[in-house]
Write a new protein. Structure first.
Lengths: 408, 408
């Protein structure tokens, strides 16, 4: 099935090189397609690594090994297989991952635990070891490629390549942060997301990199949803090569640490939003601003309840300011809420305030707002200071067609 | 929008009269339609009442007052308004409910707290008091009508009238149990469901009626979902007129209590399944059998995670035995699970066992099963003795059309 490019797609940005990172791609032919589907990122010695992973109880061997090995803090390589998630494949799946780790480690002369592997695609088919071996061999010796080549090679049902970058000043050193990501369905990360890779030339300890990645994740990847279906393979990795020459960041007391953490969070937010922009069948990008909640976490849960509601998502698809469905989604969230303190608005116009429809509600500007591509929903719970922003897309016939009209 | 009758519809059964129950319907014209939309069930003096209600934090005044008044245990009347849920309408909505309660109580010469009111339809528009007053007046004096007339009058987007009945022997007395229900979207009851009404001529105390209704609810209405969206108005009421002449049931020690509880549970299961059969856009009725869970409640949550997964529901719509999506839904449920003990089957054929695809998996009979109307998914977690059955429908273009293609 050929998928149309998402109407919410953004062009791939012109992203800087990161000293200490070399990308290569190859054809492992995990599916019957003629495109690169194996990506190899080679990392300079001494690269710090951090990662966040799916909370699924049925996580893949890639996730299990990644979570285990990220603890030692150093990475020399990242391999990504596209077309087969290798999830729910038992010992055979695990052997395939260990084979790849060994093959790359032999090539680099490093311990296998410094080689990270991700896989994405169909669940329940063991990754074929022969294709993996040949694909890795080809990738190890391929010519270096661009960020966009790598972003395309890790994609599956994605309709556009997704990358973002930013920078930060640490003392007088400018450090670059670059990331690419894939994902469009089975998106409801809970403390993690689809496959995302972040590279920086900053010098930073693994422990502090993990601390700020985890914090950024809570406010970004954990605040997006396409369909409420959390994947078995969600992974975001961050690699810091240390080539920028800044004083090593060891904690928030280090000069420049706040700026770096803010830049990393900004990069994560950009990447997370790109995934929503490629949500299966998406025609509209929806931002849900929740305030007045009992806590920030409560606000996030209320926001996700709205963002995951098929009735809210189909209403937005139909350009219908059906705020009653937002009330319903707040009510079912299982979080503290009081009907008579709840206010709801679209595009900056309040439709209901303090539990009652607004007497002077003018549907004209709201109707115009809903015809656009970017939809804002504002919810104030009137209970406390908790706030969160959640991003999602609408639910259209496209989602049904992509997931129901053909055999996978 | 004219909705096609669900392909999963069942004919309305021939249901017996219940001594002590008289039904009447009228046109309140809550919407611009020419059909009865106000239902009045008059109940004999001394009728026991029990109810279960939505857990929504944004419940309607009808739900608030019903939950409060059911505690006194006696009912003389039930009014149902269709076309306007009166939810999220503040003090004006509450005034309309209190007006109806007072009007019916004056007519019957009973306390207002013995009059129960439900409303279903659009959220956020106060129920118009003038239409309610005229509609109630017309209903109070209308000729008695049939169960099917009442089932039609309480419906909104339903495509067929839904009723069920059964009976039980209490000593040498046969008691009849009859119910009708409405609902097709915004269905994900959590300890309650859409609007459902159960009538019996059994003699039973209100407290024991509530006990067995609550227990039945856990295994029936709380085990169905159409779209994961819990309504603001979900209500199931049970009324027992006591006219059958059986010895009053006061607890499970009473002779015949087990038989009556089993019959009530059976009736609730029939009614719950009818709602799924009218799920918006439904083409297939899906039963999900979960065993081997840590507890029954854990099994129910795993079942609902599968039943609410848009990726599972679209796969079934596409007649695709995509058991990887079932793995995903088990993994995200947040319940104890072990990938390497998980087994999944369709139509009685195991596709995966103990965390691995079955080597001898024959897709032929599974493909044939998936072409049918009734789909069985079996999941064994291999952890404990907990089990549950959950019912849902597939997710099709019809759901998107009903909820997204037109303005509400």
């Amino acid at each position: 099935m050929d998928l149309e490019r998402s109407p919410l797609a953004l062009p791939f940005p012109d992203m800087p090189q990161i000293a200490g990172v070399t990308l290569r791609v190859a054809r492992a032919r995990y599916k019957n397609w003629d495109r690169c589907d194996l990506t190899y990122a080679e990392l300079a010695e001494g690269t710090s690594v951090a990662g966040v992973f799916t909370q699924s109880a049925c996580a893949s061997s890639e996730v299990e090994l990644g979570r285990q090995n990220v603890a030692q803090g150093v990475a020399r390589a990242q391999i990504v297989n596209a077309g087969n998630s290798n999830a729910f494949t038992g010992y055979r799946g695990r052997e395939a991952v260990e084979q790849i780790m060994g093959q790359v480690a032999d090539h680099l002369g490093c311990p296998a635990e410094q080689v990270f592997v991700s896989s994405t695609g169909v669940i329940g088919v063991p990754l074929p070891k022969d294709k993996a071996r040949e694909g890795v061999a080809a990738a190890l010796t391929a010519d270096p490629c661009t960020w966009e080549d790598a972003a395309l090679a890790i994609s599956t049902t994605d309709t556009f390549a997704k990358g973002a970058h930013t920078n930060a000043m640490i003392g007088d050193k400018r450090v670059e942060l670059v990331g690419f990501i894939k994902g469009s369905g089975m998106i409801a990360p809970d403390m993690a997301t689809m496959l995302g890779y972040i590279f920086t030339d900053a010098a930073i300890t693994p422990a502090f990199l993990q601390e700020i990645l985890s914090a950024a994740n809570t406010a970004t990847f954990s605040c997006i949803t396409v369909d409420g279906d959390t994947s078995t393979s969600d992974t975001v990795m961050a690699f810091a090569t240390g080539k920028a020459g800044n004083g090593v960041l060891t904690g928030f007391d280090s000069p420049g640490a706040d700026a770096f953490a803010a830049a990393l969070t900004d990069l994560c937010r950009q990447l997370a939003q790109l995934v929503v922009r490629d949500g299966e069948g998406a025609r509209k990008f929806i931002s849900i601003f929740v305030s007045g909640a009992f806590s920030d976490e409560s606000a996030r849960r209320v926001g996700l309840s709205i963002a995951n509601s098929p009735l809210v998502k189909t209403a937005i698809a139909g350009e219908d300011a059906n705020w009653g469905r937002v009330v319903m989604a707040v009510g079912k969230a299982g979080e503290p809420a009081d009907r008579d303190k709840l206010s709801i608005g679209f595009g900056g116009v309040w439709a209901a305030k303090n539990g009652l429809p607004c007497a002077d509600y003018d549907e004209g500007p709201v109707a115009a707002h809903l015809k656009g591509r970017d939809i804002d929903i504002t919810v104030d719970l009137g209970m406390g200071d908790g706030r969160a922003t959640v991003w999602t897309c609408d639910l259209t016939h496209g989602y049904i067609s992509i997931n129901g009209d053909y055999r996978s």
